[in-house]
Ligand binder design. Structure first.
Ligand SMILES: C[S@@+](CC[C@H](N)C(=O)[O-])C[C@H]1O[C@@H](n2cnc3c(N)ncnc32)[C@H](O)[C@@H]1O
Ligand SMILES: Nc1nc2[nH]cc(C(=O)O)c2c(=O)[nH]1
Ligand code: SF4
Ligand SMILES: [Mg+2]
Length: 222
């Protein structure tokens, strides 16, 4: 029986986050998530039965082929938690075979080891900090699996979160890119800069979610 994906939405936009921020990307957003971050900006997609369309692999690849015909070279698989989709490996392998650059936004609670192989996407993995309410669900050993093209993202809502991110960095010494991202509207980016300067975090990159400055921060599909 063909595995189906629970697709909440798909859209082409400027990637607002990560190493390819500012570039066109196709977004495939799946429903279902095992976490409930206090500040989640996509809570509408996290229930397993959130509004969605059941799509087979072929129809997702048709969406990707159409995006490629419009000049798109990046695909972000996100959600909800995309690694909960049963067919995610077949999907990312097929997208990679199309020559697309594939990123997966993942929440740090799903073991990455089963997805680490030669042909794999770039992982943008969150480490959920105390103010998210989900830190106890983090698999800190995932960090050692992240390589140069991957990203470890700390979404920060407070000074307490910043301090914890600093501790995790000291403890795990990540080999990948490390991003700090403000919980939108909860912490001043200027305060994050002061913290990064104060701690001498020369390898950390501060990001702002571009799409929340281009459009209404609540707008879906962008
Ligand atoms: C909606 S999540 C979906 C992917 C996955 N569940 C995760 O949490 O990484 C995509 C990204 O948006 C971030 N995010 C969610 N709500 C946010 C908010 N209010 N402010 C800033 N980033 C947020 C998440 O931390 C994650 O990096
Ligand atoms: N424009 C835009 N860029 C994004 N990068 C990661 C996103 C996500 O929700 O995972 C996202 C998103 O929701 N919109
Ligand atoms: S893990 Fe991601 S999708 Fe799930 S609640 Fe947290 S931010 Fe939202
Ligand atoms: Mg988003």
């Amino acid at each position: 029986m063909e595995q189906l994906f629970s697709l909440a939405e798909h859209f082409i936009s400027i990637n607002g986050e990560g190493q390819r921020a500012g570039e066109l990307a196709l977004f495939l957003r799946f429903t279902g998530c095992d976490l409930r971050c206090v500040w989640c900006d996509t809570l509408w997609a996290v229930p397993k039965d959130a509004p969605h369309k059941d799509k087979d692999l072929r129809s997702l690849l048709d969406i990707a082929r159409d995006a490629v015909s419009h000049g798109v070279r990046n695909v972000t698989l996100t959600g909800g938690e995309p690694l909960m989709q049963k067919g995610i490996v077949r999907l990312f392998e097929a997208l990679l075979d199309m020559g697309l650059r594939v990123e997966i936004e993942t929440n740090g609670s799903v073991a990455l080891a089963p997805f680490i192989r030669d042909k794999r996407p770039d992982f943008n993995m969150d480490y959920k900090l105390p103010d998210s309410g989900m830190e106890s669900r983090m698999i800190i050993d995932n960090i050692s699996l992240l390589q140069a093209n991957d990203t470890l993202k700390f979404v920060c809502a407070s000074h307490r979160d910043l301090l914890r991110a600093y501790e995790v960095i000291q403890q795990t010494k990540p080999k990948c890119k490390v991003y700090f991202s403000p919980v939108f509207g909860k912490i001043e980016p200027a305060d994050m800069v002061e913290f990064i300067k104060e701690k001498g975090l020369g390898e950390v990159r501060l990001q702002l979610q571009l799409h929340k400055f281009i459009w209404d921060p609540q707008k879906r599909g962008v």
